[in-house]
Design a protein around this ligand. Structure first.
Ligand code: PEP
Ligand code: MG
Length: 293
């Protein structure tokens, strides 16, 4: 049975009124796994595009396996969510610059499905790595449910090709980033997604027609709309594990709104963890400030 990403052996963390909260870390460079201290629930997001930076890396199954294996082994019995390559748009891959539609909408899972030779290598490396820990696989920039269906099918095919029947039973849960407004609005239609994680960096950009790395002031102006969309989308998750791994999760000023939206699992950059941890302790689960705070 899939491990999902809500169970943990990491440190206990509760809101002021006693509701359990999971606090995970995002890692870019795999060496950041060393920041996984005992109070951390797990890795809520590993951005694999920081490990795979060229077409040669994308084709190198053994190298990818070694990277994923190291992260999973270091995490031990704590869950690790590795996101498949999120390239295209503002995220380049050396050697793939000539792809015609790269500057427009061909990024994330759409690019992976358009270049399945890249996705297949990563799927094989992830399937082989899954035996070394509690792996979940996350798909970037998912917009429509059929994209998940197609990627799951690709994983099934690669698992069969790997040939060891045991691997089929170790198929990692496959979930999705919620970072495209069209997906957030329709979350109840993503039956094949095992879990959800909100990516507020892209969600803000696409919701507010803003630049991705906009000033804090502009991101702040868009926040009420983003929070309302998240609150609506959380209601559509049908009890599946749901988390947030976008930068909003690492900013204590958004924590009341995110708690009020129903989120109970936050994944933040290692440097943001202490501030978010102490902010959670001072708030009730409905986002209100605890008495005496
Ligand atoms: C996001 O979009 O919020 C996210 C977590 O993904 P990335 O920052 O890698 O685009
Ligand atoms: Mg994103």
């Amino acid at each position: 049975e899939p491990a999902g990403d809500t169970q943990t052996t990491g440190g206990e963390l509760r809101t002021a009124d006693g509701v359990p909260i999971l606090l995970s870390i995002n890692i870019n460079d795999p060496a950041e796994i060393d920041a996984l201290d005992p109070a951390t629930a797990g890795v809520g997001l590993m951005r694999s595009e920081f490990s795979i930076t060229s077409v040669a890396d994308a084709a190198n199954e053994e190298r990818q396996l070694a990277i994923y294996r190291r992260v999973l082994e270091q995490a031990g019995d704590r869950p690790v969510t590795i996101r498949m390559l999120d390239i295209g748009g503002d995220k380049p891959l050396a050697g793939l610059e000539d792809l015609p539609a790269l500057a427009s909408g061909l990024r994330g899972i759409r690019l992976l499905l358009a270049r399945p030779e890249i996705a297949r290598v990563q799927a094989r490396a992830l399937l082989r790595a899954a035996v070394f820990g509690r792996l979940s696989v996350m798909l970037p920039m998912v917009t429509f449910p059929d994209e998940i269906d197609r990627m799951r099918e690709l994983f099934r095919e690669e698992a069969e090709k790997l040939g060891r029947r045991a691997l089929l039973h170790r198929m990692p849960p496959i979930g999705m980033m919620v970072e495209v407004p069209a997906a957030a609005l329709m979350l109840d239609t993503f039956g094949a997604a095992a879990f959800f994680s909100f990516g507020t960096n892209d969600l803000t950009q696409y919701l507010a027609a803003s630049a991705r790395d906009d000033t804090d002031a502009d991101a702040g102006k868009a926040a009420p709309a983003v929070l309302r969309l998240i609150a609506q989308a959380v209601k559509l998750t049908a009890g599946k594990p749901v988390s947030i791994c976008g930068d909003m999760a690492g900013n204590p000023s958004y924590l009341p709104g995110l708690l009020a939206a129903g989120l109970r699992h936050f994944s933040v950059a290692p440097a943001r963890r202490p501030a978010i941890r102490s902010a959670i302790i001072g708030l009730n689960a409905d986002g209100t400030r605890a008495a005496g705070e």
